[in-house]
Design a protein. Structure first.
Length: 84
């Protein structure tokens, strides 16, 4: 029960921090930043899962990390575009 309470508290704190970070993000990057946060959460869930999936979970972690790299590249590209 205590672990569940600590996990809930940690998730709530992370959500507040992410929300504060997103509030300072340009509008055109909010969706990308939210996607990156969700991908990070998904990676964590996959990495902490202990079920035997015959390698599928590990492959999913790699795919999620590839997606995170693409989102980061999109954020970096958007940061290099001249503002109008």
């Amino acid at each position: 029960m205590r672990t569940l309470a600590m996990t809930s508290f940690a998730l709530a704190a992370a959500s507040l921090l992410a929300g504060a970070s997103l509030a300072q993000t340009p509008k055109n990057q909010v969706a990308l930043r939210q996607a990156l946060n969700e991908l990070q959460d998904a990676r964590h869930q996959l990495q902490t899962d202990t079920s035997d999936t015959e390698g599928h979970r590990e492959k999913a972690v790699g795919l999620v990390e590839a997606a995170m790299n693409e989102v980061r590249a999109g954020l970096a590209h958007d940061n290099t575009k001249p503002k109008k």
